[in-house]
Design a protein around this ligand. Structure first.
Ligand code: FAD
Ligand code: NAI
Length: 476
């Protein structure tokens, strides 16, 4: 006998668990299935984000930043701590505790919202005459669920280099890179994207010599060029070596080291020998074991579940959200899609504004942006005005002792509508929220400039950059 649900969600990452909660809030009978467990078989809902992504990486970034501050910056504040000692087991253990708190938080939210949680693997088992779907769950016990609506939120997995599987001991994906048992002397990173920069920063701060090899000719080409340049300068000063425009050769490993031959942008042959190698060259959608063939669910040419702008698949009442569908692979994008799909199922008009999804890189300095870059707007031949304000001229940043970077506001030359905001500097991840709000309301630079910002705060740099659009910054 199978249990009947209005909505069955496959995957309890940020896309899936949030969709399940929202559907339950809207009065639906909801089940959520997730396969992630610890070694003892205990459920660990939260997906990549909670287990091996956003949350543990931010925990390590915080701890390693404290270590960096204690080692190199406390003295500037007159605090003498002597020789600072690292206890890596405690540092990694704290990260594991933070992850566990989040796993438990999701289980609590399921209970609170009356979402029935199944720990196990979900797969399509067929379609009934009434149009409902049969979903088989294989976990500690086997069960079959019947669903009027199915939301697929199975996420993504790291892309490996051809012929170089992850062993998580020497060749590390994000998973192994978050639990290296001893700080490597020399750490190689392939790919200077978000993971390469964040996790490269963690291990550099903890004492590793880090070399990042990037195939693209420009550093951080997704960001505004001025921001990328400022960040590159800061990373170089910290000792994070990034080489762009390289072509990676055939990587080999012995029990002790990994050898990475590569051709530089100038065509020179080089070899770097490292203790561990993080491969962070992007992620691919995860659909293995879903048995999509049983119901004829279509994938696109890159292996993503094919969906329209509303996250509808080719099958009636089957939806897909998050990393397993097109668009940026970000937790908040997955969540927004999850909410919108749950609302559509309930007959409401859920909406995701893809133009105002913020991007954040949690390095030091942090990098955050929303909307278009100056380069993209110029390529579109848009008539724009640009205003920037450096943190060097911001009182709070000076008090913090963290004055790297700037805020840049780009507005339409005629209407003054904000088209893009780019921040590199302290707390960029938090500052960007104001810009997202303004852009969501199609606000103008003048709107930011006229809002009263508390003093002294970093957010005043946002106001000053908006004033600078009209060439009337007050403090610079
Ligand atoms: P996932 O989080 O991948 O969850 C999918 C879940 O589905 C998993 O639990 C999986 O076990 C389960 N599953 C798969 N198949 C089945 C099946 N057949 N049956 C049952 N369960 C199944 N994004 C940000 O926005 N901010 C960040 O700071 C950030 N940091 C990151 C750091 C790292 C190191 C990495 C790797 C990623 C980071 N991301 C970040 C990206 C973010 O983790 C993803 O965009 C997000 O997790 C996608 O959510 P999702 O729900 O689509 O999929
Ligand atoms: P990424 O797409 O950010 O970066 C991959 C980098 O690898 C690119 O710069 C690319 O040019 C380079 N590359 C690709 N193939 C290469 C090769 N053969 N040799 C050398 N370089 C190569 O992907 P990443 O860092 O793996 O992260 C995956 C996803 O996870 C990201 O798309 C991001 O959305 C998400 N994420 C988000 C975070 C955040 O929001 N703060 C943090 C970490 C990950």
């Amino acid at each position: 006998m199978s249990t009947q649900f209005d909505v069955v969600v496959i995957g309890a990452g940020p896309g899936g668990y949030i969709a399940a909660i929202r559907a339950a809030q809207l009065g639906k009978k909801v089940a959520c299935i997730d396969a992630w467990t610890d070694d003892a078989g205990n459920a660990k809902p939260g997906g990549t984000c909670t287990n091996v992504g956003c949350i543990p990486s931010k925990a390590l970034l915080q701890s390693s930043e404290h270590f960096e501050q204690a080692n190199h910056h406390f003295a500037e504040h007159g605090i003498e701590v002597g020789k600072v000692k690292l206890n890596l087991d405690t540092l990694i253990g704290r990260k594991d505790t933070v992850v566990k708190q989040n796993n438990e938080g999701i289980l609590y939210l399921f209970k609170k919202n009356k979402v029935t949680f199944f720990s196990g693997k979900g797969e399509f088992a067929g379609k009934a005459a009434d149009g409902s779907y049969s979903i088989k769950v294989t976990g500690k016990k086997e069960e079959t669920l019947t669903a009027a609506h199915v939301i697929i939120a199975t996420g993504s997995q790291p892309r490996a280099l051809p012929g170089l599987d992850f062993d998580e001991s020497q060749i590390l994906s994000n998973d192994g890179a978050l639990r290296i048992p001893a700080v490597p002397k020399k750490l190689g990173v392939i790919g200077a994207g978000v993971i390469g920069l964040e996790l490269g920063s963690v291990w550099r701060r903890l004492g590793a010599e880090v070399v990042v090899l990037e195939a693209a000719p420009d550093f951080l080409a997704v960001a505004d060029t001025q921001v990328a340049k400022e960040a590159q300068k800061a990373f170089a000063k910290q000792g994070l070596k990034v080489e762009v425009g390289v072509k990676i050769g055939e990587i080999s490993k012995t029990a002790k080291v990994v050898t990475v031959p590569y051709t530089t942008a100038k065509g020179e042959e080089q070899v770097v020998v490292v203790d561990k190698l993080i491969v962070s060259i992007g992620r691919v959608p995860y659909t293995a074991g879903l048995n999509t063939e049983a119901v004829g669910l279509q994938l696109d040419e890159r292996g993503f579940i094919a969906v329209d702008g509303d996250c509808k698949t080719n099958l009636p009442n089957v939806w897909a959200v998050g990393d397993v569908v097109r668009g940026p692979m970000l937790a908040h994008k997955a969540e927004e899609e999850g909410v919108a799909v749950a609302e559509r199922i309930a007959g409401q008009h859920g909406h995701v504004n893809f133009d105002t999804i913020p991007s954040v890189i949690y390095t030091s300095p942090e990098i955050a942006w929303v909307g278009k870059t100056e380069q993209a707007l110029k390529a579109e031949k848009r008539d724009i005005k640009v205003g920037s304000f450096p943190f060097l001229a911001n009182g709070r940043a000076r008090a913090l002792g963290d004055t790297t970077g700037f805020v840049k506001v780009i507005a339409d030359a005629k209407t003054d509508e904000v088209l893009g905001v780019h921040v590199v500097g302290p707390m960029a991840s938090e500052l960007i929220a104001e810009a997202v709000t303004i852009m969501e309301f199609k606000g103008a630079a003048e709107d930011i400039a006229r809002i009263c910002h508390a003093h002294p705060t970093l957010s005043e740099a946002m106001k000053e950059a908006a004033l600078a659009v009209d060439k009337r910054a007050l403090n610079f």
